[in-house]
Design a protein around this ligand. Structure first.
Ligand SMILES: Cc1cc2nc3c(=O)[nH]c(=O)nc-3n(C[C@H](O)[C@H](O)[C@H](O)COP(=O)(O)OP(=O)(O)OC[C@H]3O[C@@H](n4cnc5c(N)ncnc54)[C@H](O)[C@@H]3O)c2cc1C
Ligand SMILES: NC(=O)c1ccc[n+]([C@@H]2O[C@H](COP(=O)([O-])OP(=O)(O)OC[C@H]3O[C@@H](n4cnc5c(N)ncnc54)[C@H](OP(=O)(O)O)[C@@H]3O)[C@@H](O)[C@H]2O)c1
Length: 273
């Protein structure tokens, strides 16, 4: 249903998955005309009064208005529904309300897709390897790309490194471990896929235990990926915590990699706050 602004539409919550007390995912209906590219984000709106359960904050002067925030799309551009992956920030204007959404609730969706963290930003010829490095909910745009068959066709090796504080905050691991079969399996000569989970605040078998810049400087990330980062062969995307983005970007630059500008260069980034 169209509201007073042409590109704002109401969408209905279809499902909700709670990963931890501070992380959840949800799916909503997809407006028929809404198109996006894997890696893009939208603006989602919540009117707290329209949630079945909401919290009245006497200090807030926005309680009766729709609050909007940027959200990366998790689902592929070909899915019937739209999926999102959300943090819960205690006292955050948006997520302290959004965390209470239930199936059947309505959200507002600004159907203008935003953002340049897309694989189309890289010009041909394509290098052979794609490094997707994310923290927390910064995993979201990478899941969309990895559910797009073209990604599996265009690269020889895709490396996904996903860093969370604790093991229980590594969401979507079941989906990630079936991506190569479910999506790569549908194309001829698909990319090899390496998933590198990183858990920084506890030791976990099968996961690395240090921050991304340290793992790059020590060579551990390249070693686990069995791949070398270099100017000619690597596309690198960073998404999530802005400190991670900044520190990792600087480390990569020290290693001789370059920011992607006007299609040329290796590194593309998106900060979540
Ligand atoms: C391009 C873009 C895409 C985004 N995509 C997503 C997404 O897919 N999922 C998502 O949960 N958030 C995403 N965000 C962040 C989102 O827009 C909101 O900031 C988030 O929903 C919190 O809103 P809030 O009003 O509760 O708190 P805010 O007042 O917006 O934020 C308060 C503080 O919480 C912390 N914070 C905010 N967002 C996050 C986060 N995602 N992870 C960890 N700490 C955070 C920061 O310290 C921030 O200063 C994105 C932001 C941008 C700019
Ligand atoms: N238990 C809780 O109370 C709890 C739990 C999770 C989230 N939260 C809330 O959520 C917010 C953050 O969420 P989040 O889980 O996405 O946390 P985050 O702080 O972004 O951490 C996610 C991952 O990013 C790493 N990271 C942080 N700074 C980095 C840097 N400069 N370089 C490389 N890696 C870096 C973290 O490593 P490090 O572990 O080394 O920082 C962690 O592995 C917090 O502000 C908090 O409000 C609370």
């Amino acid at each position: 249903m169209t509201t007073n602004s042409d590109n704002i539409q109401k969408v209905k919550v279809l499902s909700k998955t709670i990963w931890t007390p501070t992380l959840f995912s949800f799916t909503v209906t997809r407006p028929e005309s809404f198109k996006f590219t894997a890696g893009q984000f939208v603006r989602l709106g919540v009117n707290p009064k329209q949630l079945k359960y909401h919290i009245d904050n006497p200090e807030s002067n926005v309680i009766n208005e729709v609050i909007y925030r940027a959200y990366s799309i998790v689902s592929s551009p070909y899915d019937d529904n739209l999926e999102f992956f959300s943090i819960v920030i205690p006292n955050g204007a948006f997520t302290s309300q959004l965390q209470h959404l239930e199936v059947g609730d309505e959200l507002m969706l600004n159907t203008t897709p935003f953002g340049f963290l897309t694989l189309a930003r890289y010009q041909q010829p394509l290098p052979k390897d794609l490094w997707l490095l994310g923290t927390g909910t910064g995993l979201a745009p990478f899941l969309s790309m990895l559910q797009d068959l073209k990604t599996w066709e265009d690269y020889e090796h895709i490396i996904l490194a996903y860093s969370a504080r604790n093991q229980n905050e590594l969401a979507y691991v079941d989906l990630i471990t079936t991506l190569a079969d479910n999506f790569g399996g549908l194309v001829d000569n698909p990319a090899k896929f390496t998933f590198i989970p990183i858990v920084t605040r506890e030791k976990v078998a099968g996961a690395l235990n240090r921050r991304l810049p340290e793992l790059l400087l020590s060579g551990e990330l390249e070693q686990v990926a069995s791949e070398k980062l270099n100017k000619e062969h690597s596309h690198i995307m960073l998404c999530g915590n802005p400190d991670m983005v900044e520190d990792t970007k600087e480390t990569l630059k020290q290693m001789g990699l370059e920011m992607n500008r006007r299609g040329e260069g290796n590194i593309a980034v998106e900060n979540y706050w």
